[in-house]
Write a protein that binds this ligand. Structure first.
Ligand SMILES: C[S@@+](CC[C@H](N)C(=O)[O-])C[C@H]1O[C@@H](n2cnc3c(N)ncnc32)[C@H](O)[C@@H]1O
Length: 469
């Protein structure tokens, strides 16, 4: 091991920072977060650094560095562009036995700064021993995406009740088993759901009972986005990776499903149009049954669960059954397909609002408010409208929408099979008859579609041009 990682208590301790520029400012911010009292010595000082030091009751010495400044300091940092000065600071600090860091100069350091993931009180430091700071930062960004920010609040809660747990359990082993269950269970999830008071009450009850085992599991209603797994949220991924059971829909892509925990039970409850593979009430029953058996159940839905996803209905059932749940939004098809299709949904020159509308019409007769849908300066996005395209188009035309209104169909958006068919209201049905784009597809109507030719960026379409036929 090149360096020993240690966590330094700097609260109220004196740190000397030689230099007053950008780099010194960055280091000062970090040191102040750890509670250090900083003295900056420099010929000039960055105004932000000056403000920061005033706020944190630090000291600024405008002038030359002298070795006497090191006396009484816990750490010394040099962040100047004067190599000679940096070297002098290093030698003075070593002679005075004070740990020293010359920024970006490992040979002139007796300690180095790691890349930090800060979920205080949980703090992770990553170091490459000065070999590759970029690699350390890369690892850091991976961890940042895996560790929810709310770990910080969880750490604080555990810290507050630690003594009670110590008093309740005599052996270290009992305490370890207790904490492992707590941190993998309901208490942690309540904190992640922003319900800190409930989490604390639950933890107190579990301490008293001496057992954190929960009889009831939890359901996570998770938006899986439109297909590209990179469009999953961090939270969706975390919950998918800890689920015991995953109930998923037809619209959830295989690539997204791949991201679930390896040994989770995957149950397909997909529905096809006019053909319910598993009736909704049976899905609700499954969710409740598994949660009651103490399982962590992910209900994975394409796009966003609250947009044409019947998420609300499932939650009402869970609420009535007293099952705890969390909901994770996903990127909805309108947003994803328009973005990957090169069609901004709003644009200052063309559309000041956007409407998401279902194209699934009872008995193919239109029950939509076409008077509203034909208004100018807005974009209409039809979900589930591919099979009713002709009805939608004739409804818009017969209510007065101009024949030359641009329209696009985005099929299998965000996947490598994505296709975008553009046209105008008067020719789109014929074009689709020829092109036969497949479901799932959304239909975008409005002037913004005219930008597609210019803005297409994703997939083959961006290279070969906007029209599929
Ligand atoms: C039952 S709705 C579910 C919508 C989903 N909850 C969402 O927020 O995207 C299904 C419709 O979403 C649209 N859709 C979903 N994923 C899509 C994709 N990858 N490409 C195009 N359209 C998609 C289609 O209009 C499809 O008929």
């Amino acid at each position: 091991m090149e360096y020993l990682p240690l966590f330094f208590d700097l609260k109220g301790r004196q740190v000397l920072l030689v230099g007053g520029g950008d780099v010194a400012l960055r280091k000062a911010r970090l040191l102040i977060r750890a509670g250090a009292q900083i003295t900056v010595v420099s010929l000039d000082v960055h105004p932000e650094l000056q403000a920061l030091l005033e706020e944190s009751h630090g000291q600024i010495i405008i002038g030359e560095y002298v070795s006497g400044l090191i006396l009484g300091k816990t750490l010394v940092l040099a962040a100047t562009d004067d190599e000679q000065l940096n070297e002098q600071v290093y030698h003075d600090a070593v002679a005075a036995n004070v740990p020293v860091n010359v920024v970006d100069n490992p040979p002139l350091c007796t300690f180095i700064f790691p890349a930090i993931v800060d979920r205080s009180p949980i703090v992770i430091g990553i170091s490459s021993g000065g070999q590759s700071p970029v690699l350390a930062r890369l690892l850091r960004s991976k961890l940042e995406s895996q560790i929810p920010v709310s770990f910080s609040r969880l750490g604080q809660l555990v810290g507050r009740l630690r003594d009670k747990v110590k008093a309740r359990f005599n052996s270290v082993n009992e305490r370890r088993v207790f904490w492992e269950k707590v941190l993998n269970g309901q208490v942690a999830e309540r904190v992640f759901a922003g319900q800190d008071a409930e989490a604390e009450a639950l933890l107190l009850a579990q301490i008293e009972a001496g057992n954190p085992d929960s009889q009831v599991g939890e359901v996570y209603l998770v938006g899986a986005g439109p297909g590209d797994p990179e469009l999953l949220t961090f939270k969706a991924l975390r919950l998918m990776q800890q689920a015991d059971i995953v109930l998923y829909d037809r619209l959830v892509s295989a690539e997204v499903l791949e991201m679930c925990r390896r040994d989770a039970d995957l149950i397909y409850v997909g529905k096809k149009r006019d053909h319910h593979a598993v009736p909704q009430q049976d899905i609700n029953k499954l969710l409740i049954e598994h949660a009651r058996a103490g399982k962590r159940v992910v209900r994975l839905k394409g796009g966003d669960p609250f947009i044409f996803g019947r998420g609300g209905e499932e939650l009402e059932e869970l609420k009535a059954a007293g099952i705890p749940f969390q909901v994770v939004p996903g990127i909805t098809a309108a947003s994803a397909c328009s973005t990957y299709g090169g069609i901004p949904l709003t644009h200052r020159n063309y559309a000041q609002s956007v409407k998401f509308v279902t194209g699934q019409l009872k008995n193919r007769t239109s029950d939509l408010n076409f008077e509203e849908l034909i208004q100018p300066n807005q974009t209409i996005v039809f979900y589930m409208g591919l099979h009713t395209l002709d009805v939608l188009v004739s409804g818009l035309l017969s209510h007065g929408k101009p024949e030359n209104t641009p329209i696009a169909i985005v099929s299998q958006g965000t996947s490598v099979q994505q296709k975008v068919l553009t046209g105008v209201l008067s020719n789109i049905v014929e074009r689709q008859n020829q092109a036969q784009l497949e479901a799932p597809a959304i239909i975008i109507v409005g002037e913004v579609v005219s930008l597609q030719e210019k803005l297409a960026w994703f997939g083959q379409q961006a290279l070969v041009g906007p029209q599929v036929n």
